[in-house]
Design a protein around this ligand. Structure first.
Ligand SMILES: Nc1nc(=O)n([C@H]2C[C@H](O)[C@@H](COP(=O)(O)O)O2)cc1CO
Ligand SMILES: [Zn+2]
Length: 160
């Protein structure tokens, strides 16, 4: 008997995990998921965008507009940073990050400084903004490789 051939690829597996992770996000506008993987294809950490521990999802703001104190941007931790901070195992040197949205400039700094060497992203809906351009500029300078995950149109259904 031959092995089954329709198994998911490494890229599908890890981007799939990042997408599943994004489904935990409470952000009504943008849900982002991240998955950090070692060179030998082991999942090291995961994250999604959300509030820091102790900051209630029901009490802190989720709106995009208004005073900085009263909107979500001061409070949400991005999925990439959460994935980096969730890792308690030591070094992320030479690892690979799968993320459903291209990283912002703040996360780019954390990505570079933590030793992540490759970023695989899915969506890039903020392409061309100063934040994304700054991330690209820093990744290019630091030698962090980044490329877009090619959606294969494959549908994976889970019954939970
Ligand atoms: N790469 C990213 N990772 C993230 O986790 N985020 C989070 C921060 C916010 O919670 C949300 C973006 O909200 P909005 O501006 O699209 O309504 O996604 C945002 C970006 C974009 O740079
Ligand atoms: Zn970010």
């Amino acid at each position: 008997m031959n092995k089954r051939e329709d198994y998911i690829s490494w890229d599908e597996y890890f981007m799939g995990v990042a997408m599943l992770s994004a489904m935990r996000s409470k952000d009504p506008n943008t849900q982002v998921g991240a998955c950090i993987v070692s060179e030998d294809h082991k999942i090291l950490s995961m994250g999604y965008n959300g509030l820091p521990v102790g900051c209630s999802d029901d009490e802190f703001p989720w709106n995009r507009e208004g005073e900085p104190y009263d909107n979500k941007y001061f409070y949400t931790t991005h999925s990439e940073l959460n994935a980096i901070l969730n890792y308690r195992g030591g070094s992320l040197e030479d690892s690979r990050l799968y993320v459903t949205l291209f990283p912002c400039n703040e996360c780019a700094k954390a990505i570079i400084q933590s030793g992540i060497r490759t970023v695989v992203y899915a969506d890039n809906k903020y392409a061309g903004t100063p934040s994304v351009r700054a991330s690209q500029r820093m990744f290019d300078a630091a030698g962090v490789r980044y490329y877009q995950y090619q959606m294969g149109g494959r549908k994976i259904e889970l019954e939970l």
